[in-house]
Structures are given as structure tokens and as C-alpha cells.
Design a protein around this ligand. Structure first.
Ligand code: ADP
Ligand code: MG
Length: 485
């Protein structure tokens, strides 16, 4: 059967995601080893990381705080009584023989994250967010005969965020992971770098007939390491499950992997049951208890979230949905926008400046908003000067912006010194206008015959010979007057 012949609308896809995010702590979850990415293999491994007998773990409080921050941002309920459990299994890159994880008591329960897709807005229900440690890495491609083990990553703190099975398309999964990546970065709890494995996703997928309530048998695709791959893997898998069903086959519960070379998935094992792990509370780690006060203290420190800022900016500054979405994409940019709005009330212009010349400048010079900290007031003045017709926008953005950033100085002084101020003097503009009219006698004749559209060309010419200094409104008025004389 060809895939195109399959009646896909007969089925509903059901997807639940598990996202692992490495927490941005300096040290590991249960010891002081560094967590830097890319360090030489096996250089961040104390006896605790290596699981030597007799060593004792100690919980990193920053990791707990980060998990709570994420939970509060997602509207989860924070569990006050917590403990860590041992999840027993053998993997070569997990020397203890068990992973320390939270099982029956995830630190954050429930919650919701809003996404936007082509079908509109939707809340994605979270099941839980729990803390656990990462494993090391087995490297299979350095040697033809051996597997290399790098334990640097072992013990790195992770949060695992688990959704309810309430997503129904690859597009929703794509939007959700994008939103989570944005959120962890915004909150500073994880760097969100999927290519470095800081954020990884497992996708659970099943299908059922439209209208059916019972969940179908699921497959789980492990370790998807880019948002593109998440989307491709889910698209492929939904089609595969439908094809099996349509051709009379039976779906088996399986763990699968994605092959990015041909955008397909393949089976790696039949799914073991969760109770194989023999969880039990880790006897070396005391349970930890949170108080209302400690949770509220963290809540107070939470930054305003992108969605809240978007609503606020649309209503106070009357900006478009597109503008506010763009401006709340990165925390540093949002903070810069907020600073400017305190110094200048032309909010739409501020948005245009940030999304246009300021982003271009930062891109071209490969710098970040940090560099602009000192010059916020000067940029505010620059924007005001354009609004007041003292400067032409292209002169301000192409010539002056860079100068006042690289050598913090008043844009007014700079413009005066370099003779860039826009001229409002009728005499001066008249000279430029005259020069242009003399230079283009044929165009003048055409204009006079009725080709009024040529006014744009004349205004452009005046702008050119005045090097952007002629106020366009005044030049237009003067040109029109002269051309109808
Ligand atoms: P485990 O830890 O064994 O992988 P969980 O029951 O905690 O299993 O579920 C993991 C993820 O799988 C969750 O996101 C959940 O929503 C999702 N899930 C569970 N059953 C199904 C199903 N039948 N179809 C799609 N997703 C499912
Ligand atoms: Mg799972």
C-alpha cells in the first residue's frame, strides 16, 4: 500500500513527550565535579562520579532550586516532601549500577505550557517534572573494536519534564519543544543547546481511531537531539503506525531510534516494564523537605515570563502580536527593549529599531546586548532625534548607530561634528531641490505632463545629494511647489 492511499483522517495521533534538560549548575547533582561540556574525556570524575564503594553523595541545592523555578514557571504544584530513589539497571556508562532519580515523588506535579500552532493556541498539560542524574557517554565510533567510555557527563543534574499524552501532531510537538527550549533559556536553568545534548527529547507515539478514548499501543523514539528531528521522527512514525494498522498488522510496544540520514526510525528494543528497575529510596541521601517560605522566596525571584510580557506590551505599547513575539524571544533583547521604553515613548519605533538595525549590528559585529548596556540612553536619544526629524532614519541607522555604540557618545554631538543633522532650513533645501531639477530636465517635463509618480524619484535625488540631510517632508513640499509653478 502506498502511503498516500492511507486514509490518515480516520486516525488520531497521540503523542506524549519526555524532555531531559541538563541544569546549568556549575557542579554535578551529588558531588562537586564540574559539568563543563567538551572537556577532555574523564577529567571531571571524582570517586563519587565513578561510583566507588564507600563514597557518599551530597545533594546540590542549586539543582533543586532550578527544578522548582521551572515548575513554578509552568504552574506545577511543588511537592514539599521529596526523596531520591535508586533506579537499578546495568549500563557501561553508569558505574554505580543505578541511576539516582525521583520516582514516586517528582518535585513538580502537573502544570501547563501554552503553545501556538497554525490551528491557534493550546495548553499542553504536564504530568510532572522530576530531578535525576545523567549517565556518562559510550562512544562507539573512535575504535573499530572497542567502545570508549567518557564519564564526564555522569552525575550531571537533569530535570525530566513529562507531558500528558495530549499532543496530536508533529507540529504541536515541534511548537512545544521550541517553547520549552525558550523557557529554560529565559529562566537560566539550562542552556538549551540541543546539539550539545543539553536538551534531549523522547517521543511516545500511538494512534487510535478518531473519537476513540482508549490509548493505543505506543512506541517510544529515544534521544531526539534537534527540533527538526523530533518533527521528522513523529511524522514518519505516525505514518508507519497507520500503515501497520491498515495492512492488518499489530503494533508492538517498542523503543525506537531516529535515523537522520533518511528521516526514518528503527527498532532498538522491545519495551521493558518500568517495574524491572526495582526502585527504592537511596539510603545515602536524606529525604529533603521544602517549606512554603522557601518556595515563595523562589517564586518572588522569578522573572516575568515571555507570555506575560507579550500581553502587557500589546496593551500598554499597542504593539502588534508579531512585534511582541519577536521582542520576547530572548531575555537580553526583552530587557533592552524595556530599558528603552523607560527613556523614549515612541514604542513602535523602538521595536522597529531593535528588530532592524540593532539586530543587524549585533549580528554583523557578532556581539551581544551586554555591549549595549552603556549606550542605552544614547540610543534612546538617537531614536528621538529621528522622530523629531532632526536626523534621517537611514543616516541614523547606517552612519551614527555604530559610532555611538563603539565609542559611547552623544548622537547629537556626533551628528553636529559630522554635519549629519537633517536640514529644516528652507533655503538650504531649496538649493538641493534646484540642483535636482536642473539635473533632470526630461523627468521634469514628464512630471509636468502628468507623471506624478516621479515625485518619489525627485525626493530620492534630493536625499542623495544632501547626503540624507534634507527633511523629506519639506523637500516633497518644495518640489511639488516648484514643479507646478
Ligand atoms: P515511561 O516512564 O515508562 O516511559 P510514562 O507512563 O511515564 O512511561 O509515560 C511516558 C510518556 O509517554 C508520557 O509523556 C506519556 O504521556 C506518554 N504516553 C503514555 N502512554 C502513551 C500512549 N499510549 N500514546 C502516546 N503517548 C503515551
Ligand atoms: Mg520513558
Amino acid at each position: 500500500m502506498t502511503l498516500s492511499a492511507i486514509p490518515t483522517s480516520k486516525y488520531e495521533a497521540v503523542i506524549g513527550l519526555e524532555i531531559h534538560a541538563q541544569l546549568a549548575t556549575k557542579s554535578k547533582l551529588f558531588c562537586g565535579d564540574a559539568t563543563n561540556f567538551g572537556a577532555a574525556p574523564n577529567t571531571q570524575i571524582s570517586p563519587i562520579t565513578m561510583g566507588h564503594p564507600g563514597t557518599l553523595p551530597k545533594t546540590n541545592e542549586k539543582a533543586i532550586e532550578y527544578a522548582i523555578i521551572m515548575g513554578l514557571a509552568c504552574g506545577s504544584t511543588i511537592e514539599k516532601n521529596n526523596y531520591f530513589a535508586r533506579k537499578n539497571y546495568f549500563y557501561p556508562d553508569l558505574p554505580k549500577g543505578y541511576q539516582i532519580s525521583q520516582h514516586t515523588t517528582p518535585i513538580c506535579v502537573g502544570g501547563m505550557v501554552n503553545i501556538k500552532t497554525s490551528k491557534g493556541e493550546k495548553g499542553i498539560q504536564l504530568n510532572r517534572i522530576h530531578l535525576e542524574e545523567d549517565a556518562g557517554k559510550s562512544i562507539h565510533d573512535l575504535s573499530a573494536t572497542s567502545t570508549m567510555i567518557d564519564l564526564n557527563r555522569a552525575g550531571t543534574p537533569l530535570i525530566e519534564l513529562v507531558t500528558e499524552p495530549c499532543l496530536h501532531s508533529a507540529e504541536e510537538a515541534f511548537a512545544f519543544v521550541t517553547e520549552i527550549r525558550k523557557l529554560v533559556r529565559w529562566l537560566g536553568v539550562c542552556d538549551g543547546n540541543m546539539e550539545e545534548g543539553s536538551l534531549r527529547c523522547d517521543a511516545n507515539i500511538s494512534i487510535r481511531l478518531q473519537g476513540e478514548k482508549k490509548l493505543g499501543t505506543r512506541v517510544e523514539i529515544k534521544n531526539l537531539n534537534s527540533i527538526r528531528n523530533i518533527k521528522k521522527a513523529i511524522e514518519y512514525e505516525i505514518e508507519r503506525l497507520i500503515e501497520i494498522t491498515e495492512t492488518g498488522g499489530t503494533i508492538v510496544q517498542q523503543t525506537r531510534s531516529f535515523d537522520a540520514n533518511n528521516d526514518t526510525t528503527f527498532s532498538i528494543r522491545d519495551k521493558e516494564d518500568a517495574n524491572d528497575y526495582r526502585y527504592f529510596p537511596d539510603p545515602d541521601l536524606a529525604p529533603f523537605h521544602l517549606t512554603n517560605e522557601s518556595i515563595e522566596a523562589i517564586r518572588k525571584k522569578l522573572p516575568a515570563l515571555p507570555n506575560e510580557l507579550q500581553k502587557q506590551w500589546m496593551s500598554t505599547f499597542h504593539l502588534s502580536e508579531y512585534d511582541v513575539e519577536q521582542l520576547s524571544e530572548h531575555k537580553e533583547e526583552a530587557a533592552f527593549f524595556i530599558q528603552l521604553t523607560k527613556l523614549c515613548t515612541h514604542y513602535k519605533s523602538i521595536a522597529n529599531w531593535i528588530l532592524g538595525p540593532i539586530r543587524s549590528y549585533l549580528n554583523d559585529s557578532n556581539t551581544s546586548y551586554e555591549k549595549l548596556d552603556k549606550v542605552v540612553p544614547y540610543i534612546a536619544v538617537l531614536i528621538e532625534m529621528v522622530e523629531a526629524n532632526q536626523l534621517n532614519f537611514s543616516v541614523a541607522s547606517n552612519k551614527i548607530l555604530k559610532e555611538i555604540i563603539e565609542q559611547p557618545q552623544s548622537p547629537l554631538t556626533y551628528a553636529e561634528e559630522h554635519n549629519l543633522l537633517q536640514s529644516n532650513s528652507a533655503d538650504e533645501i531649496e538649493q538641493w531641490v534646484n540642483q535636482v531639477l536642473v539635473k533632470h530636465p526630461e523627468k521634469v517635463a514628464e512630471y509636468k505632463k502628468g507623471k506624478k509618480g516621479l515625485i518619489g524619484l525627485f525626493v530620492g535625488e534630493v536625499k542623495k545629494i544632501s547626503q540624507g540631510k534634507a527633511d523629506p517632508k519639506l523637500s516633497t513640499q518644495l518640489l511639488e511647489k516648484k514643479l507646478t509653478e
